[in-house]
Write a protein that binds this ligand. Sequence first.
Ligand code: SF4
Length: 347
Amino acid sequence: MIPQSAKQVEPLSLINYTSLPEDWRTQLREAYRTPQQLLTALGFNLAQQTALSAHDQGFTTLVPRAFAQKMRPRDPTDPLLLQVLPRVQEAIKDPNFNDDPLQEFRFNPVPGVVHKYQGRALLIAAGHCAINCRYCFRRHYPYSDQKRARNEWQQSLKYIEQHPDIEEIILSGGDPLALTDPKLFELITAIETITHVKRLRIHSRLPIVLPQRITLELCQKLEHSRLNCVMVVHANHANELAADVAQACERLRQHKVQLLNQSVLLAQVNDNLASQKRLSERLFELGIMPYYLHLPDQVAGTTHFFVSLERGQSIVAQMQSCMSGYLVPKLVREEPGRLSKSLYSPC
Ligand code: SF4
């Protein structure tokens, strides 16, 4: 059940977004690319900056200003800041955390395609994102090896053509909406010509972190596609869902794009009942169904985000006791070698 209108939604804050450029590509070019730029914009002095940030471990800082403006100034515990700021804990080595915790290479039949689930194939449409989330399970992914698929896609599309059981294409990345409209439309048009493909699922964090990306042209392309289009957005905290995001979601829904959310349960960010409850309620106000709550993948450099299965189950059980069932996301975890997500009941 998707609510019909998000027009009455009030913004969480009174932040003035009019200082941001209209064009999303300009916003992306102007994103913060060092911890110092970001922390300066948030009002931290030099000594605080030195104490807070650390080496990026080869995964560069990237934070759009529209996302940074939703952070609380001079608050080192801000849940949005914690998702994007390189911290000293990233240097911690733990044998249980590695570069490819999901072993995706085992399901990579041709560059740019992950064919793991029956009936669905994931196509890596872009090798970059609009934001670099420090907990990302693909932070070590060899995107450069997939360059041919990114630039041409022919090999990927041929593989999909040769597998008539594939009814759904999942565009992932990186972030597929980090592609420009002409490039993305070229890919969608090519997928539309494969007759056995029925559904297009776009996994993207851009509607949340750079909502100006949701252009009218993009919405029209999705609305007029012969494919049923679903967009799975990625918000982890209600503070991400301000007025500009509400507008982008409303536009997508007006163009008949179904919206679901997947989030990641992250220590110190959202691993408590109050945060999860507020997130689900805010998603629903924006016409987005809370769908999956992922336990974090055990990727190298992310030990400080780890939340145990038992803790996740306890939070979901608490949600179930005080919220309508449709507001409670499914608790899931990706396990290496398994052909589907593991679904966990609350305890
Ligand atoms: S937007 Fe998604 S793929 Fe990109 S860094 Fe964040 S979690 Fe990873």
